[in-house]
Design a protein around this ligand. Structure first.
Ligand code: HEM
Length: 103
């Protein structure tokens, strides 16, 4: 799996979201790969995403873990729960995981 491709596709699909990210603000999605922090950032996000996926079969744990993810983002990127729609990255990530993993 290509972590860079997964997060890159999120920014391509939701370019307005880039402005939440201090290191990438103002960048065109196509130039993100040249930003030094982008590689480690994508690895950290995908790693956390996979940790969450592992507990997806346990509805109660998943619910509290998802709530924690939203809470963490209030300080990470000043993202409010209203702005934060976890369904979008999940949809994009899964689409890439299953259909574009050979790109
Ligand atoms: C499955 C969903 C998501 C996961 C697992 C996740 C995970 C993470 C992780 C691990 C970091 C810290 C990365 C690092 O500093 O190296 C982070 C930072 C951040 N995330 Fe998320 N995230 C998710 C979705 C989102 C969404 C939907 C948004 C925007 C609406 C968002 C906005 C941010 C911002 C702004 C930061 C701070 C970046 C910075 O310090 O420049 N995240 N996220």
């Amino acid at each position: 799996m290509d972590d860079l491709l997964l997060i890159f596709s999120f920014f391509k699909k939701f370019p307005d979201q880039i402005n939440h990210f201090k290191n990438y603000k103002g960048h065109d999605p196509d130039s993100l790969r040249s930003v030094s922090q982008f590689a480690s950032f994508t690895t950290n996000v995908v790693s956390e995403f996979l940790d969450i996926l592992e507990i997806a079969g346990d509805a109660g744990t998943l619910k509290s873990r998802a709530a924690q993810l939203v809470e963490d983002h209030k300080t990470r990127g000043k993202i409010t729960a209203k702005e934060y729609d976890v369904r979008k990255p999940f949809k994009v990530l899964f689409r890439n995981l299953f259909f574009l993993s050979n790109v």
